[in-house]
Design a protein around this ligand. Structure first.
Ligand SMILES: [Zn+2]
Length: 215
């Protein structure tokens, strides 16, 4: 199964990607997580600087994002992409890459949520500063407040969420760059829209429903 998860920041792509990954037995590839890992590696290389810029929404280089995604999915029997592609250029490059591998996408799932609910989801997101696991204070809280279930480290804000201006910038970037992908994948007959309102379990049921016939 080869899937793309589309949707605005905070809609729950990471949560649904992780569930799908478990259910389908294919890796969930989050470019956000790959970038955070790169930054956490510590070295202040040009690559790390670019990763930080991409996360903050200041500058997105297609070639960098492409290289990151392709190296993660090359040779995999399937994948769930979350946070990539983010522009039409990236979508076209992905199409060419998959063609060169002799494979095609199965579906593109577009998660939709009203603006008010989106704001609340983003504000409640937390990231483990130790292992990178993600939580939400209301819909996916850790067992002990402020501490990671997996490794016990402290939870903090995601680097890309810690300032309201950064959040707005990412939202704008989504609207101008990612929204054209909706038309692109609609044209390919791959797009499936999912109402992302509700708890993760309920949304996951809708996701599975939309994939019936493909799984
Ligand atoms: Zn952790």
């Amino acid at each position: 199964m080869r899937l793309i998860l589309l949707g605005p920041p905070g809609v729950g792509k990471g949560t649904q990607g992780a569930r799908l990954s478990q259910a389908l037995g294919v890796p969930s590839v989050s470019t956000g997580a790959l970038l955070r890992e790169l930054i956490a590696s510590g070295a202040e290389t040009p690559l790390v600087q670019e990763a930080r810029q991409i996360l903050s929404g200041a500058f997105v280089s297609d070639s960098f994002a492409n290289a990151l995604a392709f190296s993660a999915i090359a040779g995999q029997p399937g994948f769930i992409l979350d946070g990539y592609p983010r522009s039409l250029g990236q979508a076209e490059a992905l199409e060419r890459f998959l063609e060169s591998q002799g494979v095609t996408l199965d579906a593109v799932l577009l998660l939709r949520l009203c603006e008010e609910a989106l704001g609340e989801r983003v504000a409640g997101r937390r990231l483990c500063l130790g292992c990178g696991a993600t939580y939400h204070v209301r819909i996916a809280p850790p067992r002990r407040e402020g501490l990671c279930d997996r490794c016990g480290s402290r939870l903090g804000l995601r680097p890309e969420d810690d300032q309201p201006e950064k959040r707005r910038l990412r939202q704008q970037l989504y609207e101008t760059q990612t929204a054209p992908l909706i038309a692109f994948y609609q044209g390919r007959g791959l797009l499936q829209e999912i109402d992302a309102e509700g708890l993760p379990e309920a949304v996951f049921r809708k996701v599975c429903e939309s994939l019936r016939g493909l799984i």
